[in-house]
Write a protein that binds this ligand. Structure first.
Ligand code: PMP
Length: 393
């Protein structure tokens, strides 16, 4: 019998208007999106294969090259969040059975190790507690021992609040015939990073942190060494959607005269990303780095004045975009964060992965990187310290 009647009624919630409250997004991301970027994302969409869209994608590519400080032709944005870039990097440059080395000092290394394991790589790890960093000597020893084709490091470890030193590691990876993959999702635009000068072979970031675009797009760039490896593989990457052979054509990077349909890119997301990259270009990277550092120092001082302890002791290893506070003795961090959300409409968060229960995180990124916001965050924390109950223990 053919189906003839609708038996599932329209859900009541769908007959109510959308409700999304205003929040101060002072956690590790997403961060608040400036009106200019929101407006760009709200423009009428055009087709993903229209010539004007190609122009916009070309602009995005140039904007990413500036933000990453690279001349790499193989530069594009993923149609997806930071995780899409993580998977794209690993899936395309590693073949099943090949060896990968992952530095784990927080959640992001854990994630990449799992991604590599799922696609059949032989995963080796070097592991430290959240907030600790790896010396170049330790990295070189592991490179020599495991002979990986890819080494992964998180520049801005947002779960621990660490800005990992990068100098010299790219050279070690070259010496050991390995690609150097760096995650800058939480640090791009907030802390200095120079893809070409630091010999980073693959670099990615996200749209929703210091770039202040909505979540859902993720810039990524591959240099010649990485292209050499990924376009001379014996097996096809496990993901069709993330296959760089197709993506490089979609972004006009493969030298072919025509761009073919591969998937429908997030047109509004690309409009917004273009605008956020334009804001960074207008401001200038150095100024952006400086503003983040200066505001972070102001925030750190304010936190210490409240009697709070910073999780990363060495100032020069602290991530300017995401500050980690050691949980104050006797307080329940969940209660404090809930209090701040309820009374200040402000998001701050706890730890993530291995740093859960160790830290509370405050992020002031890009558009949010302003003194009055730091004052508001400090005021909210002071209020929570006064009003949340302190255990006697
Ligand atoms: N890497 C780092 C350092 C991050 O902070 C995040 C997001 N918190 C990611 C990767 C993953 O990005 P997304 O949530 O956009 O997938």
């Amino acid at each position: 019998r053919p189906a003839s009647s609708v038996t599932i009624p329209p859900p009541a919630c769908m007959l109510r208007p959308l409700e999304a409250p205003f929040r101060y997004l002072f956690g590790p991301g997403p961060s608040n999106v400036p009106p200019r970027v929101l407006a760009a994302g709200g423009r009428p969409i055009i087709g993903h294969l229209h010539p004007e869209m190609y122009e916009i994608m070309n602009d995005i590519k140039k904007g990413i090259q500036y933000a990453f400080q690279t001349q790499n032709n193989m530069t594009l944005s993923m149609s997806g969040s930071g995780h899409a870039a993580m998977e794209c990097a690993v899936f395309n440059t590693v073949e099943p059975g090949e060896s990968v080395l992952v530095a784990i000092n927080g959640i992001w290394g854990e994630r990449v190790a799992e991604i590599a394991e799922r696609m059949g790589a032989k995963v080796h790890t070097i592991v430290k507690t959240p907030g600790a960093y790896f010396s170049n000597q330790e990295i070189e020893q592991a490179l020599a021992k495991h002979k990986p084709v890819l080494f992964f490091l998180t520049h801005g470890e947002s779960s621990a609040g660490l800005a990992h030193p990068v100098d010299g590691i790219g050279d070690l990876c070259r010496k050991h015939n390995c690609l150097f993959l760096v995650d800058s999702v939480a640090s791009l635009g907030a802390a200095p990073l120079y893809m070409d000068q630091q010999n980073i072979d693959i670099l990615y970031t996200g749209s929703q942190k210091a770039l202040n675009a909505p979540p859902g797009t993720a810039p990524i760039s591959f240099n010649e060494r990485a292209c050499e490896k990924m376009f001379n593989r014996k097996t096809k990457p496990v993901s069709y959607l993330l296959d760089m052979t197709h993506l490089s054509n979609y972004w006009g990077n493969d030298g072919k005269p025509a761009r073919m349909y591969h998937h429908t890119g997030p047109v509004s997301g690309f409009f917004a990303l273009r605008e956020s990259l334009a804001i960074l270009a207008e401001k200038g990277l150095e100024r952006s780095w400086q503003e983040h550092r200066e505001l972070a120092e102001y925030l750190w001082k304010g936190l210490e004045d409240l009697g709070l302890k910073l999780f990363i002791k060495d100032k020069d290893l602290r991530l300017p975009s995401v500050t980690t506070i050691a949980i104050p003795e006797g307080y329940d961090w969940r209660e404090m964060l809930a209090y701040i959300m309820k009374h200040h409409q402000m998001e701050m968060t706890g730890g993530l992965g291995p740093s859960i229960g160790m830290v509370m995180r405050v992020g002031l990124m890009g558009y949010n990187c302003k003194k009055p916001n730091a004052d508001m965050a400090l005021n909210a924390l002071a209020d929570a310290l006064r009003n949340c109950k302190k255990s006697k223990a």
